[in-house]
Write a protein that binds this ligand. Structure first.
Ligand code: UDP
Length: 494
């Protein structure tokens, strides 16, 4: 039951799984710490988490979803296409983006009716900083990535090399960072290097961060304290590190299988668990590229042979969409062969990732370096084979490989959206066999990476316990918002 004094916070997530999942986790954490929470989203997106919110509500927490209509018809999209994971072209991307901009008026009406004390909105909604100003309340900018990648992006933008002064092959060092981080220019999102149309889309986002009350990070102090500090000292950004939120919210939850709401049936889940149980400790490699990326048929073939030839147990998440092309027979045959040998396990479409990463038989991950997968693997103390594909994933790779030293790079250099990537980014089977050998082998390098990953995993588990950094940071933020609410109420009385 909502009381008048209770802090009311609205969360407005961006419709891509990698943005929504952590924000919903964070919203639930707020509710579990006594805040009255409203999540605003569209119907198709709400379906992916509503059951969890209802269950929290029924357990006595003050949390609910408020639906808003996505203007599908006006932007020329079919009904129910409301999530970035459905995007297959720049044109579609533009349409969803346009639809989201059109939500500004109806959302401001909602804000006005709901009278929140604060809004926590995804970084992709720069206009919400003005919406908050109209109500005289703080807007908190929700970052969907690491301090490290945000700092790297900041300094690259600031000292943007002239378009023609950097060759595509010559490595350069990112200025301003406390570590020497060398990158190939092709690994950097082009909108940070040049003034293309994506850059004009991102400019207001960067501006809005500076004008926001502060930034909420799904990260933790012990993981990237240098960059946490850099973000506040050099860039002047006030922030709170409250992650890893997925580990925190699922801490007391035995069943991590239904995240993202594509639940396995009980039969499918026990088949997977039995398979994992039958394998020795730390012997299974989990292979996943997140929620958006797609692999070409040729890449699927290389990866399949790479995994088979590497001789290591593995679980591989493959998209149903990747099957349609000419690859259907190939993947079907491969799956059958792996079933026979009991060496490989294919999961179609959506895996219960947290469940797999936490299983003692899992010993490593091949990852696209999405920030959520990175944190989840870290929390499970897993070393990684890094295979970034687009956007800030290449920065996260540098954090894992060069700073934390728990990653083996597979060597990708082409940074392109999943719907425009071509054969130029192909990773050959020999490279896969080699990196799997290094990561999962018994060599010194693997031992040392495993030790470092274990330390980080321990720190990650500690930071969300009572008295830990992330724990305190969340409590501090909530307290601060409560004082702001109080002084605003006093101000209005006078
Ligand atoms: N995820 C999952 N099952 C899958 C694929 C992804 O549960 O089969 C979850 C994963 O645990 C993570 C999120 O989806 O929380 C993906 O976010 P990430 O930042 O790793 O990558 P993105 O999808 O944004 O590229």
């Amino acid at each position: 039951q909502q009381s008048h004094d209770q802090l009311h916070v609205i969360f407005f997530p961006f419709p891509a799984p990698g943005h929504m999942l952590p924000m919903i986790d964070t919203a639930r954490l707020f509710a579990k710490h006594g805040v009255n929470v409203t999540i605003i989203t569209t119907r198709a997106n709400a379906l992916t988490f509503q059951k969890t919110i209802d269950s929290d509500f029924n357990s006595g927490y003050s949390i609910k979803t408020q639906l808003i209509q996505f203007p599908s018809a006006q932007v020329g999209l079919p009904d129910n296409v409301e999530n970035i994971k459905d995007v297959t072209s720049f044109e579609m991307f533009g349409k969803i983006g346009h639809g989201l901009w059109m939500l500004q008026d109806p959302i401001e009406v909602l804000f006005h009716d709901l009278q929140p004390d604060c809004i926590v909105t995804d970084m992709m909604y720069p206009w919400t900083v003005d919406s908050a100003a109209k109500l005289g309340i703080p807007r908190i900018y929700y970052s969907s990535s690491s301090y490290f990648s945000n700092c790297a992006a900041h300094f690259i933008r600031k000292y943007r090399p002239q378009d023609n002064s950097v060759s595509d092959t010559q490595k350069f060092t990112i200025p301003g960072l406390p570590h020497i981080i060398e990158m190939n220019p092709l690994q950097i999102p082009d909108w940070l290097r040049t003034n293309n149309f994506v850059a004009t889309y991102f400019e207001p986002i960067f501006e809005s961060e500076k004008r926001s009350y502060g930034t909420l990070y799904n990260s933790f102090h012990e993981l990237e304290s240098d960059y946490e500090k850099l973000s506040s000292t050099t860039m002047g950004i006030k922030s709170w590190s409250v992650g890893p939120v997925s580990a925190w919210i699922n801490k007391d939850d035995e069943k991590k299988a239904n995240r993202g709401h594509m639940e396995l049936s009980i039969g499918e889940e026990s088949e997977l668990i039995n398979w994992l149980n039958s394998k020795p400790n730390e012997s299974v490699l989990y292979v996943s590229f997140g929620s958006l990326t797609r692999l070409s048929h040729q890449q699927i073939v290389e990866l399949a042979y790479g995994l088979e030839n590497a001789g290591q147990n593995f679980i591989w998440v493959v998209r149903e969409k990747d099957k349609d092309v000419d690859g259907e027979d190939f993947l079907h045959d491969f799956e059958e062969r792996m079933k026979q040998s009991k060496r490989g396990y294919i999961i179609w479409n959506w895996a219960p990732q947290l469940l797999i990463l936490d299983h003692p038989s899992t010993g490593g991950i091949v990852t696209h370096c999405g920030w959520n997968s990175t944190l989840e693997s870290l929390n499970s103390s897993l070393p990684m084979i890094t295979w970034p594909m687009f956007n800030e994933q290449f920065f996260n790779e540098k954090l894992l490989v060069d700073v934390l030293k728990i990653g083996v790079p597979v060597g990708t250099i082409v940074n392109k959206f999943w719907f425009e990537i071509g054969e130029e980014a192909l990773v050959r089977r020999e490279e896969i066999v080699k990196t799997v050998g290094i990561l999962m082998g018994s060599g010194q390098e693997s031992k040392e990476m495993r030790m470092r990953a274990k330390k980080l995993g321990d720190a990650s588990k500690r930071t969300i316990e009572e008295g830990g950094h992330s724990y305190n940071s969340l409590i501090q933020l909530i307290d601060e918002l409560k004082s702001l609410k109080k002084s605003k109420a006093l101000g209005e009385k006078e």
